[in-house]
Structure formats: structure tokens, C-alpha cells
Design a protein around this ligand. Sequence first.
Ligand SMILES: [Zn+2]
Length: 227
Amino acid sequence: MARIRLREAETHASRLPDVCMACGEASETHVKKNFRWYPSWVNLLIFVGLLPALIVMLVLTKQMSVEIPFCDRHRRYFGMRVLWIILALAGFITVWLAASAIVAATAEPQDVHNVPTFIAFTFVLSMIVSIITIAIIQGKTIRPDEITDREITLIRVNKEFIDALQDMRDARRDRMHSDDEFDGPRRRRDEDNDRDLRDPPRRGDAYRADPPRDRARHRERRVEDED
Ligand SMILES: [Zn+2]
């Protein structure tokens, strides 16, 4: 399992190889997954307070969708992960409730005062085991390591998928170079498209470069010169 950085243009099905991102087999479908990410240091703000942590988290959270290719076996990849987490939590809570009920029902009269302590202790224990279980499931799942305005870095991605994507990128680059020899204008158009995706023009750029006020002033100056 490895990591891969995708530009925003590469998050669409047509720009990704037909290889399952989870297992490397031939893909059968694409699943549009909206990933969210915020820097992990934000979690430390919990120690400052829940509210500041939540506010910073909301401000810094970035999201990006990826049309992930999956084989038939992995078409419910993310749904199954959520199901496992729910089942694990339900399992631990059931065990904790059952153990608490049995202990409460069978406690000798002289031990009854220890029952609340036992229930609290086993609750904390089951929470710790639940958190570890969720962390293990999350740790084995395809997830973002970073999202910026233009790129997403995914980890736990199958190596075969990364190799296939690299081949696709190389083929695309070669095609651009061969177009350069036979069809200059189209290549330039492709490159322009790519450049646009890397650095989309912002509204107002033209005005910043040459604001209407400046243009008016130039015109005035020209008129003065002519006088
Ligand atoms: Zn698969």
C-alpha cells in the first residue's frame, strides 16, 4: 500500500486507470467519494477546548471528490468500513451491558457496593478497545493524507493502481509531445487547459493588471501629450 498525489483534474473517472484502487484487479465501476481532511495538529486543540478545536477544524477542513475505480468485490468498500465500525461498537456495548447485568444480578450482598465501580471500569475498557478497533480499521482504509485547493494525496492505495496511473500519465505526456511535432496548436491548447487547472485565472486579474482607472489616466495623458 502506498500514497499517490492527484491533481484535481485527475480525480475524474476518465483520467484514472481501470484498476481497482483497493486491490489492483481490473475495475468494474467508479465510486464518487467525497474526502474531507484537516491538519492533524488541530486534534491537539482539544486540550485547549472543544469549541476552539471545532471552529479551527471547520475553518481548515478541505474536501475533494474522487471518482475511485473499484472492482466488483470492492464496490461497497467505504460502506463496508462504516458497517464494520458500527458492528464493532455495537458488539462492545452489548458485551459491556451483558457483563454489567450479570455482575449486578449475581453480586453477593457484601459486594453490591463494588458493582458501580465494575460497570464504570468495564465501560472505559470497552471504549478504549472500541477506539483502538476504529483506529485499526481506519488505518487500513484508503484516506486523504492532505487536501489542498488543487491536489489530494491519498494513502493506503494499491501499488498496481499507482503504476497504472503513472503509465497513463506517461502516455498522456508522450501524446502531447508527438502532437507537438504534428499538431502544434492542439498541443498548446491541451497545455493551456492543464495550466488553467493548475492555476485557474481569478476574476479581477485583468483589472488588477490594467485597471480601468489606469487606462483612463493613460488616455488622459495621451490627450495632454497631443495638446
Ligand atoms: Zn478490488
